[in-house]
Design a protein around this ligand. Structure first.
Ligand code: CR1
Length: 792
């Protein structure tokens, strides 16, 4: 490996060892590891072709990949060898690992889920391809200036991306606008603008390198490089018009998380990558088929939320306009290929495009959507409308064009059936299925927590990494004091690692013996970071008044970004930072309470924080969090959850046992009931002196003395509206936190509870999730024997 790294340094980077910068070394190491993926990758592709295997095509606007060096090295079993080779070359392996940009081509859970799925598909040996967009700028970089979030462009592609292969020959035209020509019952779309989609492939090799799939990300380039005639006339702007469209299409990831964005550019992004992906999979299909009617036997196309929902009409367009199928048959055939995953019930997140806009950008697709609508209404009169009040409802479109629709946790799926898609569910009672989310144990235990995974492997062998339910064997160790001590020692190692990092990066000294209480996720009202900071203030008040009362010392850790246009979320960020500035400087509570909010939370930071957490905050308003996946990562790494009965919390609690989970708050049903009472927030606050005091302090400017009125709006909204019921759950949240304090004082019992979590969440592996999709939705098989037989 050492020789290979040196060869790459010389021949791929053009450097000799004496002049190489850290970037060069990291690239040389990455390319060396990439080389070692090739045999498995080629062999997998060949096997898929030889067997005419049905493939999964996972269409997603987001893949939140993070760093890859260690991930690849671990999957190939090469970590020790790589570390040694780098050391022999006089370099620091950990520094090289840290030099890699965190590829943030996603916003949050939806994008990270797609990345975990790619890992599991490869590990299970399921022939699959992920399709997405190669954004030039990933999710913005967050900084805090005077406690306020500011956004800076992210620049991961300013340096070469080590893992990808550009495929200039894999290019397709994607059109926009123009008109439709109808002649003798045939339709022909003549787009007005065209861009070229070019593929960039990243190999994704699963555990132990047994199988490799491809993540194919599309980049846009202009059809004509530039218009030389215009250029020569001196009209430089006209000369580069087509270039401008192409560049903007894959310029940035939209930073909205669960909010709809009505931007024409976003619609173009969605169509761009969907159209290229469908062309690509059809080209592959025709290499070994000649009858388009066999497509459902060869391709399972999964729509990750509605973002690629235009795949339905696009496939119908190709089948009808290019292959001459009757419209009804085309619709039916397309449906048999398509599955749709719903990730949220928030009404503001359900995509709707103005009909005029969709018609202008995709005129033929609008006609097809009308045909789909007409077919549905003819067969099921009174069915919910796709076209409605001048809008195109992408949720209804995706539902009607999919043979299976799935939610992402048991509770969420029930709510999908009873709320957003209630009427469609009545018409199609077998279409909606549940597939509870999962996480890859390779990155989220083996990779990020060497201390704990080493201990587990010594205890039960290493089979757990590919069969996470083997962790169940650890349940018998909850009564073994030696093992519990070792388990807590691993936690302690991770807490020390984090404490050092916090000291270096935030300048805050934290005590590894304190309880590390962590809430990391996008900032959103429904996720209730606001309730967490209010509880922190209440706790601080009581600690300050009575510092000798035997408190459990706490470190409250926050991480997460707000969508740039989401004003309230940004106010919450500022409040957390303002409160931190006051609390962290209080000499009375200095050994009892600290608040830490490092900026720019991302996958890499999650890998540091999660293994060090004692308490996992999963406190959303019940009925609002579709699943959550951070909740699974924390439990797997031995944190206890404080949480509501929301999303996958419900199932996590069932697996770990009620006695090992700090439950509080209203249920989803109670939330709905409570909202029907006029003035519920005011009534709740009036019954809580503790909350009243906190709100008064904020409103009086206790945390913003330079600008006492800074949070009037935020506080006023809690009294008068409080749509997410912070007021109603506050007291039970506070009390439950004190129960957690008590439990933490008894470290031996705490250890047993924490171990019960690790031992009981094997079911939340994304391998189990993917087995479920393979069986219930895709009807695909593993190319590795025995891989799908485990429970799904
Ligand atoms: C949900 O909010 C879920 C992920 C992945 C998010 C979260 O609860 O875990 O999806 N939804 O399923 C989302 O981003 C656009 O919607």
């Amino acid at each position: 490996m050492k020789d290979d790294i040196l060869a790459h340094l010389r021949y791929s980077l053009g450097k000799d060892a004496g002049h190489a910068a850290i970037y060069d070394w990291r690239m040389a190491l990455s390319l060396t590891l990439r080389d070692r993926m090739m045999d498995s990758w080629f062999q997998s592709t060949k096997t898929s072709y030889d067997r005419h295997a049905k493939r999964v095509y996972y269409l997603s606007m987001e893949f939140l990949i993070g760093r890859l060096v260690e991930d690849v090295a671990a999957n190939l079993g090469l970590v020790e060898e790589a570390r040694a080779a780098v050391a022999e070359l006089g370099q620091d392996y950990d520094l090289l690992v840290k030099d890699e940009p965190d590829a943030a081509l996603g916003n949050g859970g939806l994008g990270r889920l797609a990345a975990c799925f790619m890992d599991s598909l490869a590990t299970l040996g399921i022939p699959a391809m992920g399709y997405g967009i190669r954004y030039e700028h990933g999710l913005f970089e967050q900084d805090f200036v005077e406690g306020q979030q500011i956004e800076k462009p992210e620049t991961w592609l300013q340096q070469r991306h080590a893992w990808e292969f550009e495929r200039p020959e894999v290019s397709y035209k994607v059109g926009f606008g123009g008109h439709v020509h109808h002649h003798e019952g045939k339709a022909q779309w003549h787009p007005h603008e065209t861009v070229i989609a070019t593929a960039f492939d990243t190999p994704v090799v699963g555990w132990q390198g047994r199988w490799g799939n491809t993540l194919r990300l599309w980049s846009a380039r202009p059809q004509k490089e530039f218009d030389l005639a215009s250029f020569n006339r001196g009209d430089y702007l006209a000369a580069s018009r087509s270039e401008a469209l192409a560049r903007t299409i894959c310029r940035v990831l939209y930073p909205d998380d669960t909010t709809e964005s009505g931007k024409e550019l976003r619609l173009k992004q969605e169509y761009f990558f969907t159209a290229a992906s469908i062309k690509d999979l059809l080209r592959r299909f025709f290499t070994d088929h000649d009858d388009i009617r066999q497509l459902p036997d060869a391709a399972a196309i999964q729509l990750n939320d509605t973002h690629p929902a235009i795949a339905g009409p696009e496939l119908v367009r190709i089948l009808a306009d290019e292959h001459g199928l009757e419209m009804a048959e085309a619709i039916d055939l397309a449906r048999r290929c398509l599955g749709y995953t719903n990730h949220t019930l928030l009404p503001e997140a359900l995509e709707r495009w103005p009909e005029w806009l969709l018609g202008r950008v995709l005129p033929r697709h609008l006609e097809i959507i009308r045909a789909i609508e007409a077919g549905q209404q003819a067969q099921y009169p009174g069915s919910p409308r796709i076209l409605d009040h001048g809008n195109v409802n992408m949720g209804e479109l995706a539902f009607i064009m999919a043979h299976k629709v799935n939610g992402v946790s048991a509770l969420h799926t029930d709510l999908v059936k009873s709320t957003v898609f209630a009427d469609l569910h009545r018409i199609h009672p077998t279409r909606i299925v549940n597939q509870t989310n999962g996480i890859t144990p390779r990155r989220w235990l083996h990779g990020c927590n060497p201390a704990l995974s080493g201990l587990i492997t010594r205890e039960i062998g290493e089979g757990w990494a590919a069969d996470l339910e083997q962790l169940g064997a650890l349940r018998t160790r909850t009564g073994d004091p030696d093992f519990l001590r070792a388990f807590m020692a691993a936690k302690r190692t991770n807490k020390e690692r984090l404490s050092n990092w916090v000291q270096d990066h935030c300048g805050i000294a934290i005590d590894p013996d304190a309880m590390f209480d962590v809430q990391i996720k996008r900032i959103h009202e429904y996720k209730r970071q606001l309730m967490n900071i209010l509880e922190t203030i209440a706790l601080w008040n009581e600690m300050h008044a009575n510092p000798q009362a035997g408190w459990t010392p706490r470190v409250k850790i926050f991480g997460g970004k707000a969508a740039p246009g989401y004003h309230v979320a940004k106010e919450i960020i500022r409040l957390i930072n303002d409160v931190a500035a006051v609390v962290n400087n209080d000499p009375v509570t200095k050994d009892l309470l600290k608040i830490v909010y490092p900026p720019n939370y991302n996958v890499t930071m999650a890998e540091l924080l999660i293994p060090a957490a004692d308490l996992s905050e999963q406190i959303s308003t019940a009925g609002k969090e579709a699943s959550g996946t951070g909740n699974m990562k924390f439990a797997l790494n031995g944190a206890l959850t404080i949480g509501t009965l929301d999303g996958a919390n419900v199932e996590i609690r069932e697996h770990v046992g009620a006695e090992n989970f700090f439950l509080f708050g209203l249920t989803a049903e109670e939330v709905i009931e409570r909202r029907s009472h006029h003035g519920y927030a005011r009534a709740a606050i009036e019954q809580s002196p503790r909350m009243q005091k906190v709100l008064a302090q904020i409103a009086e400017g206790r945390f913003s003395p330079q600008e006492p009125g800074r949070y009037h709006g935020l506080v006023g909204n809690l009294w008068d509206h409080d749509h997410f019921l912070v007021s109603c759950d506050f007291d039970s949240y506070f009390d439950t936190q004190r129960r957690a304090d008590e439990a933490f004082k008894h470290q031996a019992t705490w250890a047993a509870m924490a171990l019960s979590n690790t031992a009981s969440v094997g079911w939340f592996s994304s391998d189990r999730t993917i087995r479920g999709y393979a069986r219930d939705i895709w009807n695909v098989h593993s190319a590795i024997d025995g891989q799908l037989e485990q429970s799904a």
